[in-house]
Structure formats: structure tokens, C-alpha cells
Design a protein around this ligand. Structure first.
Ligand code: HEC
Length: 127
């Protein structure tokens, strides 16, 4: 009898703990850090996950109109020419050919765009 009660309590505790986990994860997703950004930790992964399929060193000639976004130097070069920010924010620039990116795919998540913009505003550091 007591043993059964303990089992029920243990199961109830486990279910309760799992719920706490789910709530924890949901609250983490909402947070978008735009203050302590690093190219290596935060920015490059966005390009790796969303752009390398067409703009990596290996793929850019066949898929990305020879625009290579692999590595800091290539990204910085595109930024300096006025690209990437308007491309991902779907903003047209008079006198410039801006194709909305990722090409033929939905816009990046708002947090990814906000982080790239904040990192760019901070001078696009190679950190
Ligand atoms: C499905 C392939 C594909 C993906 C994914 C993709 N691009 Fe492109 N991108 C292209 C192609 C192809 C071009 C050449 C222009 C065209 O043909 O429309 C291009 C052009 C560009 C240009 C040059 C400027 C311009 O407007 O043409 C930039 C900058 C760019 N892409 C950035 C990005 C970024 C940043 C991402 C990820 C968020 C991305 N692209 C994802 C295929 C892609």
C-alpha cells in the first residue's frame, strides 16, 4: 500500500518536472539577444544554416551566382558593398539590384535578422 503511494508520488514528481522543462524551453525561445553578439558564436551559424546551401565556398558557383558568404572576409565584403542587410530585410535600394534572400524561401526568423542588424550596427566585428 505504502509502496504504491510512493510510486504514484514519484510518477507525479517526474511529470511535474517534465512540465517545468517545457516551460523553461518556451521562455528561452522568446529571448533574442542583440547585445552580446559574436560573429563566430551567433552570426556565422545563421549564414551556415540559411545561406551556405547556395553561398558556401563549395556551392556558390553552381547555386549562388558566384557570391561566396563563407568566412568573415567574404561576408564583410558584401556588407561593405551595401548587400546582405537589405537582402534579408527585403528592402529595395534605388539604383541597386537587391534580390530578397534566402532566395525563394521564407524570410529569416525575426531574431536572426535583428542579430545580424545589431552586429552590423556595432561595426560588424570579427569576434
Ligand atoms: C536557394 C539558393 C540561395 C539561398 C538559400 C540564398 N541565396 Fe543569396 N543568392 C542566390 C542567387 C542565385 C543569387 C543571385 C541573384 C539571383 O539570381 O537572384 C543570390 C544573390 C545574393 C546576394 C547578392 C546581391 C543580390 O541582391 O543579388 C547576396 C548579398 C545574397 N544572395 C545573400 C544571401 C544571404 C544572406 C542568404 C541567407 C540568408 C542567401 N543569400 C541565401 C541564391 C541563394
Amino acid at each position: 500500500m505504502n509502496y504504491l503511494l510512493i510510486k504514484i508520488l514519484v510518477i507525479a514528481f517526474v511529470i511535474y518536472s517534465l512540465q517545468a522543462c517545457v516551460y523553461q524551453r518556451e521562455s528561452e525561445v522568446v529571448v533574442c539577444d542583440t547585445l552580446s553578439l559574436s560573429y563566430q558564436q551567433n552570426i556565422q551559424p545563421i549564414f551556415v544554416n540559411n545561406c551556405y546551401i547556395c553561398h558556401s565556398a563549395a556551392n556558390n558557383v553552381s547555386q549562388g551566382n558566384s557570391i561566396n558568404l563563407e568566412g568573415y572576409t567574404n561576408v564583410k565584403s558584401q556588407l561593405d558593398q551595401g548587400y546582405i542587410i537589405p537582402n534579408i530585410k527585403h528592402i529595395t535600394v534605388p539604383g541597386k539590384q537587391i534580390d530578397f534572400m534566402p532566395l525563394n524561401l521564407p524570410m529569416l526568423p525575426a531574431c536572426d535578422i535583428a542579430q545580424i542588424q545589431a552586429w552590423y550596427n556595432a561595426g560588424a566585428p570579427n569576434n
